[in-house]
Design a protein around this ligand. Structure first.
Ligand code: ADP
Length: 482
């Protein structure tokens, strides 16, 4: 089965969050499950730079009259055949893939990312004489016009099946309505039965409306986004498509996240031989100027610093954590107020709190390897990867019972300890008090050394690999292809 995966990011070349991890891991998992997978990506500099033996597949004129080149080659980092949209005027700029250096979204984002869908539809209709996808699987709003262009594009041969995966419904790609007329879609598509959303142009809605099937990244989130509380204004549409909507839980790329083989951490360890973890903890305490104390429970946060992630709750309970002998390390970037608040706490308690503002992949690995607890108090969380990385690295997750966190973290309540399912700490109310109680549970278990060790061992042994999710995607593709 030939599958074209369409996304804006791909690990390890370009990553702003979990989307890249999934886009980087899924092709290999699908290949292992028997699929013939290729990817379509925008030509950001790190992606262009990694493209081996590139050839020009086509020169194309976009619906708004810009010339672009579509290159084909193999991504060296992934050993994966890729189609890359070579358009430096659109993709090679200072800032993030989506925002300028002042964190303002680029004015032409509708063009920059409409191209993903537009080119995907061209590939689906036979642009590459040697390879035509049977399934076009697009990810998040950046690639969400793929099903719309497939619906309205020329069909040659069998129409490809379209799967659209929502990694985060909160980021929708909404633009002023006049931009619609640049995109080369028929006027009829700009309606309530299409990609019009309260008078605006919504890429997300295009994906949700036109895809043959919608997936999201955990079963709980698939249910939650059908409610007004978490539907971001799209819950009605999602309910109307409930039969074509399913949750497939993300997984961990064990080639990248494995404490037994991880070159980024100071000492290797695994569930059976965890001694290296204590050495990783000591090394991080030393590196960060925290009190070098093996017994101090060390909590970690690796996160975008945004409202979604619930980190104001961590600030609210931090004094209690310190008073109880705990330590905190934070790695993140984002909201300036949160950055300043965490930095201020680190300045006030330099031996108990360490904060690094920025994005640092290797440091993230060191944090999971060193910490005892990974904090994930998100207000909402489509899947969440850091709690799973915490599990792999024996850093028990402490999480809000929502979305993928609810699907992966089981509280250390007595009954769960007794039946061997406990792997972390879960709170229900999104309040500092509820988080504080979960934190106290974590600290109490931490005092019971042998119980802590056995929960940690089970957590580290939990199967979190991609094989299960890949089998679910393949079954879905097969069903759609009849
Ligand atoms: P989201 O996609 O909402 O940001 P996820 O938990 O799904 O959240 O994925 C976050 C990914 O980004 C993880 O791989 C995490 O380790 C990584 N990450 C987040 N912030 C940083 C950072 N400041 N430095 C390094 N890695 C980070």
């Amino acid at each position: 089965m030939k599958v074209l995966q369409v996304s804006a990011e791909i690990f390890p070349l370009l990553k702003t969050g979990g989307l890249a991890d999934i886009a980087g891991a899924l092709p290999a998992a699908l290949k292992a499950a028997g699929c013939d997978v290729r990817v379509l990506l925008p030509g950001f500099a790190p992606i262009m730079g990694d493209l081996q033996s590139p050839t020009v597949l086509a020169e194309l004129t976009t619906p708004w009259g810009e010339r672009i080149v579509l290159r084909q080659g193999v991504l060296g980092a992934l050993g994966l055949t890729a189609y890359v949209i070579d358009a430096p005027a659109l993709y090679c700029r200072p800032g993030t893939p989506y925002e300028d250096a002042q964190r303002r979204p680029f004015q032409d984002n509708h063009r920059r990312f409409a191209l993903l869908g537009w080119v995907a539809a061209k590939l689906a209709s036979g642009l590459d004489a040697h390879w035509q996808p049977e399934v076009a699987h697009s990810h998040d709003w950046h690639a969400a016009l793929t099903p719309a262009y497939l619906t309205f594009g020329p069909v040659q041969g069998k129409r490809v099946a379209s799967v659209y995966t929502v990694h985060n419904l909160a980021y929708q790609g909404v633009f002023a309505p006049n931009n619609f007329f640049e995109l080369g879609l028929p006027n009829a598509a700009f309606s309530v039965n299409g990609l019009e959303f309260h008078g605006q142009l919504s890429f997300m809605k295009a994906g949700l409306y036109y895809a043959d099937h919608i997936t999201t990244v955990s079963p709980s989130y698939a249910r939650e986004i059908q409610t007004p509380e978490q539907g971001c204004g799209l819950d009605g549409l999602l309910r109307s498509r409930a039969h074509d909507l399913s949750g497939i839980l993300n997984a961990v790329d064990e080639a990248v996240w494995n404490p037994a083989t991880d070159a980024a951490i100071a000492h290797a360890f695994d569930a059976k031989k965890p001694a290296g973890k204590a050495r990783c903890k000591a090394a991080l305490q030393l590196e960060l100027g925290l009190t070098e104390q093996a017994e101090a429970p060390l909590f970690g946060v690796v996160s975008r610093l945004t409202e979604q992630k619930g980190l104001h709750l961590v600030l609210a309970v931090l004094d209690e954590l310190i008073a109880r002998g705990g330590q905190l390390v934070v790695l993140g970037t984002g909201d300036a107020v949160l950055e300043a608040a965490f930095k201020a706490r680190a300045a006030a308690h330099p031996h108990a709190v360490a904060v690094r503002i920025g994005y640092d992949e290797a440091f993230a690995h060191r944090i999971f390897a060193a910490t005892d607890v990974t904090l994930v108090p998100s207000r909402f969380e489509p899947c969440g990867l850091t709690q799973m990385y915490g599990l792999k690295y024996g850093s028990l997750p402490l999480a809000h019972r929502v979305g993928g966190l609810a699907d992966t973290v089981v509280d250390c309540a007595l009954e769960n300890l007794a039946d061997g399912t406990a792997n972390g700490f879960v709170f229900d109310d999104f309040t500092p008090e509820a988080l504080a109680r979960a934190m106290r549970r974590a600290l109490a278990l931490y005092e019971r050394k042998s119980e802590w060790r056995s929960v940690r061992q089970r957590a580290m042994q939990q199967p979190l690999g991609w094989d299960k999710a890949a089998a679910q995607y393949v079954a879905l593709y097969q069903r759609l292809l009849g």
